[in-house]
Design a protein around this ligand. Structure first.
Ligand code: NAI
Ligand code: 15L
Length: 268
């Protein structure tokens, strides 16, 4: 049966806020969790993924988990270790103990951020491209994907790892024209990942069907995802303001963009 009750971790964050708006239309009953209070949601669980008991209680009785919580930018290794590596482990352990059947994991393009962007008529980046994290942050997403594989192989807990490009209301850079996922397509993809049958552990790229796409969406489409959006209407203005991507510019050379040269740092 399709999942109904879904635990949304990271519900106070940017993507969590977008998904709180969009996912109920698909029939989900969302249970919310975040380190920070979720504005306007008095029933949201305020908990740290470090708190194993709170995490176990939060997952009890849900059909599936959409795991967005964690540090979403670069940070010192010790912080990443606690929030993203140990935190994700706690969530998987709790899911295993409570018999939750599926997790949709917010992985990131930064797990493979050092992959050169395709130029000219080079093929799109395949989903089985070698791991090339661009930061400790990206490394923690590689860990999450491997944890997901272990829990599938050993415990039969399914995961779809979504290597999200950039999911924001609109693209704000020329690079983002290639990796943008509109919030509506994000909801479509998460819904497909929550409901497709027999996913085992599947890794997918998370973006809209952009004209300037850099990566292959085949495994995402195989889940039933049909992207409806394209960043192209934003292209002319962004290129006029910022110029085309430059061949000699290192921050323009890789999938991970600026994370390779000058990663944005987590503020707290
Ligand atoms: P965000 O930083 O806005 O939200 C993350 C949320 O997680 C925050 O509300 C924060 O309070 C919460 N959080 C952090 N540590 C926690 C902990 N120890 N326990 C409980 N909650 C904790 O990030 P955003 O943009 O909403 O991203 C959501 C997820 O998607 C993140 O895992 C991020 O790495 C991933 N992602 C997002 C992309 C995007 O374009 N927005 C791109 C690629 C991946
Ligand atoms: C990510 O993984 C970050 O969480 C998000 O804030 C964006 O920076 C995104 O990647 C991106 O690559 O644009």
């Amino acid at each position: 049966p399709a999942p109904r009750t879904v635990l949304l971790t990271g519900a106070a964050g940017g993507l969590g806020t977008l998904m709180r708006d969009l996912l109920p239309a698909y029939g989900y009953d969302l249970r919310l969790l975040d380190l920070r209070p979720v504005e306007g949601e008095p029933d949201a669980i305020t908990a740290d993924l470090a708190d194993r008991d709170a995490v176990r209680e939060a997952v009890r009785g849900v059909d599936a988990i959409l795991h967005l919580a964690g540090i979403s930018l670069e940070a010192p290794f010790e912080k990443i270790l606690k929030a993203n590596i140990e935190g994700t482990y706690h969530l998987y352990e709790a899911a295993r103990e409570e018999g939750v059947g599926r997790i949709v994991f917010a992985s990131s393009n930064h797990a493979v951020g050092y992959t050169p962007r395709p130029r000219g008529d080079a093929p799109l980046i395949p989903v089985d491209t070698p791991r090339r994290p661009d930061t400790f942050y990206g490394l923690s997403k590689c860990f999450g994907e491997d944890l997901a594989q272990l829990y599938w192989d050993r415990h039969g807990l399914e995961t779809v790892s979504v290597r999200i490009g950039s999911c924001f209301p609109a693209p704000t850079s020329v690079r983002m024209l290639s990796v943008w996922m509109s919030p509506a397509d994000g909801a479509r993809l998460f819904h497909a990942a929550l409901t497709a049958e027999h996913v085992g552990h599947t890794v997918v790229h998370g973006s809209s069907a952009n004209t300037r796409l850099w990566w292959d969406l085949t495994s995402a489409r195989a889940l039933g995802y049909e992207p409806q959006d394209d960043s192209e209407p934003y292209a002319e203005k962004l290129i006029a303001e910022q110029g085309e991507l430059q061949d000699g510019n290192e921050a323009h050379a890789y999938l991970g963009g600026q994370f390779v040269t000058d990663p944005p740092v987590w503020p707290y």
